[in-house]
Design a protein around this ligand. Structure first.
Ligand SMILES: Cc1cc2nc3c(=O)[nH]c(=O)nc-3n(C[C@H](O)[C@H](O)[C@H](O)COP(=O)(O)OP(=O)(O)OC[C@H]3O[C@@H](n4cnc5c(N)ncnc54)[C@H](O)[C@@H]3O)c2cc1C
Length: 305
């Protein structure tokens, strides 16, 4: 077949809004004493230049109904640390923020177990159409030789999706974009995050309070799978905009991960090319943010088939 999926545009903002609508519901459902989850708000993005401030003004004109407002330097909350760039103000997104991804994955795993979802800790070697029955359409061959036959198959295997899809006669292009992040410990005088937003973005870099004097900084955007030391330095210095308290902070942890990005196509790839075959992959930098909207879309593919 060799079918290539057509590019889709304009879907990103819709998916984002759907996720923002669904997150409070998800948190309520997933929250338990074993897996406490919170959605910390808001997000403040600082403008690094006059030009960026103008772009923010344009965005706010179009999106103010989504709780996005301009924030001027004099409106910044008073902190005992200086803001990285206060000169041009920024924007505040009242409903945006942060959820702890580790806590979220733990909560999801427990919720799936509670509804009886069976987990196979195996790799899928091959997918194939099963023409012998009208309902159970898909054979799933695992690397230990187990064969499962199912009504639906949802391919969400990041870089591994390419091969699984190719075996079925479709083509997608995915590339690896590495991201590094840091945890720093601040001098004890600068340890009060009171009035700091859940996420502060400066020069495209996120600053997230982790605990009293600890801060997460991320993430770099690097082509390929090999982390570059120079990119870690750029994070720590906010590409030249870091205030002194950040420059002198001690790096106590660093890590990296791979994001899967569609080539020449908007992220994510959400396709339902034939009955029972669902592709939901290539979420690039927004896989966590968009998980509720992606799940809702997958659900609609299943219920409408
Ligand atoms: C440093 C960093 C910071 C990020 N920050 C954010 C953020 O702030 N907000 C946000 O929304 N997103 C963020 N992301 C992106 C987010 O992590 C990804 O979009 C998300 O993890 C994608 O989820 P996924 O399940 O599609 O893919 P993955 O998390 O890559 O998981 C794919 C899984 O498929 C498995 N697999 C592959 N092939 C097979 C096979 N043949 N059979 C069985 N299993 C297979 C793999 O082992 C893997 O477990 C960040 C990523 C990085 C690296």
């Amino acid at each position: 077949m060799g079918n290539v999926f057509r590019r889709s545009s304009g879907r990103g903002w819709r998916l984002r809004q759907n996720s923002m609508r669904l997150w409070p519901e998800w948190i309520q459902k997933l929250n338990s004493y074993k897996t406490p989850l919170t959605f910390d708000k808001p997000l403040i993005q600082l403008a690094a230049s006059e030009k960026e401030a103008e772009i923010m003004d344009e965005l706010i004109k179009k999106k103010s109904k989504f709780g996005i407002y301009r924030i001027q330097p004099e409106d910044f909350p008073k902190l005992n640390v200086t803001w990285p760039t206060a000169k041009y103000g920024g924007l505040i997104s009242a409903f945006d923020g942060r959820i702890d991804p580790i806590a979220l994955l733990k909560a999801l795993r427990i919720a799936l177990q509670n509804i009886g979802v069976k987990e196979f800790k195996k790799t899928v070697k091959k997918l194939a159409r099963n023409s012998s029955t009208s309902s159970k359409r898909w054979d799933i061959l695992l690397n230990d030789g187990t064969k499962l036959t199912q009504d639906f198959v949802i391919i969400c295997a990041a870089q591994g999706s390419e091969k699984l899809i190719k075996d079925l006669g479709y083509k997608i292009g995915l590339e690896a974009i590495l991201g590094q992040a840091l945890e720093v410990e601040l001098d004890s005088q600068n340890n009060n995050w009171l009035n700091w937003p859940a996420v502060l973005i400066s020069n495209g870099i996120n600053l997230i309070p982790q605990s009293q004097n600890k801060l997460l900084i991320g993430a770099s955007i690097e082509q390929g799978t090999k982390p570059q030391a120079s990119e870690l330095e750029k994070l720590k210095t906010l590409k030249g905009l870091a205030p002194n308290w950040l420059k002198t902070a001690k790096v106590i942890n660093s890590w990296h991960g791979i994001r899967c990005k569609p080539i020449n196509q908007y992220a994510p790839i959400l396709e339902n090319p034939e009955p029972g075959l669902i592709i939901a992959t290539g979420h690039y930098r927004n896989g966590i943010l968009l998980s509720p909207a992606t799940a809702e879309w997958i659900g609609s593919c299943i219920t409408s088939s």
